[in-house]
Design a protein around this ligand. Sequence first.
Ligand SMILES: [Zn+2]
Length: 187
Amino acid sequence: MLGVPAEMESLRKLAQSLEPTALIFTKEDSPLMRFLNFFARVFNPTFMESAGVTIGNRIYLPSTWFGKDLSACIVHEARHITQCRWCGLGLSAWVGLPIFLVLYGLLAFPIFLAVFRYLFELDACAASWRELLMVGVSAEAVRKRAEQEAQVVAGWKYLRPWPKFLVIRGFKKKFEKVLAGFGVAHA
Ligand SMILES: [Zn+2]
């Protein structure tokens, strides 16, 4: 890809308002992402075009996504930086990265038993729901998005981390909790 997308600066500002060290890159420009795609495409053939990826404090987005409203997506990915920092006892996302990766992927690798991968995604999705509700997107539209996200997280793109009916139930419960909290905060 040639050049930096026009909205890169405002997206970076949004991400850094949530995590001051956050950086954003386009996926196609990243040798690391192209390397990961070598493996990821086996279970997700559209990995380069269909997934945002966060590693440490670095958010990688497909260049085809630019031009759409990416704020909810940035909030989701920035939440992964926060989770990573939690794993590093709050010090930095890089300190926490090894533990985060173990929890997200390696230790939890057995398909259907990767509960942390599911929980990290649920928490990041909930952060983006709060953002969408805050900017005035209707509860119904966000609920629909949450239902779709549950399907994706339960599916092969995430290596089926947790039994599907539990993912769907978990997303549903979390959404109702976010909605209830939002109603209280904005009553
Ligand atoms: Zn995620």
